[in-house]
Design a protein around this ligand. Structure first.
Ligand SMILES: [Zn+2]
Ligand SMILES: [Zn+2]
Length: 142
């Protein structure tokens, strides 16, 4: 499966992706031998695969946060997670200081050059180097 922008039809993926379950979409990345011995690792999304997430709605109450009177609804949009390594790097915007420690983090908005909002970026050093594409913003091409 490839992904294209649903608006301008630009191809976003650089390799064909196969579906995997969420729990099989990551691997442990060790930065050096010492880290390996201590089992100190980063989680990184595998290339060549995708995993989907359904939309959900979660209530976040004062009981959860410990903050009195707080109640928030957290909405998660349906999406398709793909590794940065499987995406055409030319479409990822150049990193701007202030939106992460060394790369786009915490789900910064990912826009196509046609301005279509494609999804969210989780690319910083402490994240899993994945991009979440909103289901409605991309075409699945087989
Ligand atoms: Zn586009
Ligand atoms: Zn960083």
């Amino acid at each position: 499966m490839h992904l294209n922008c649903s608006k301008c039809k630009k191809r976003l993926t650089k390799e064909s992706l196969r579906p995997v379950k969420m729990e099989n979409s990551f691997f442990k990345e060790y930065l050096c031998e010492e880290d390996k011995e201590e089992d100190f690792y980063n989680i990184r999304m595998k290339s060549g695969v995708f995993t989907t997430i359904k939309s959900s709605k979660k209530g976040w109450s004062s009981k959860d946060s410990g903050i009195k009177g707080l109640y928030q609804i957290i909405k998660e949009k349906a999406g398709i997670f793909v590794s940065e390594d499987s995406i055409d790097e030319a479409i990822i915007p150049e990193f701007k200081v202030g939106y992460g420690c060394c790369n786009w983090n915490m789900g910064q908005t990912f826009k196509c050059e046609c301005n279509n909002i494609l999804g969210e970026m989780y690319l910083d050093c402490f994240e899993d180097k994945s991009i979440k594409f909103y289901t409605q913003s991309v075409d699945r091409v087989y």
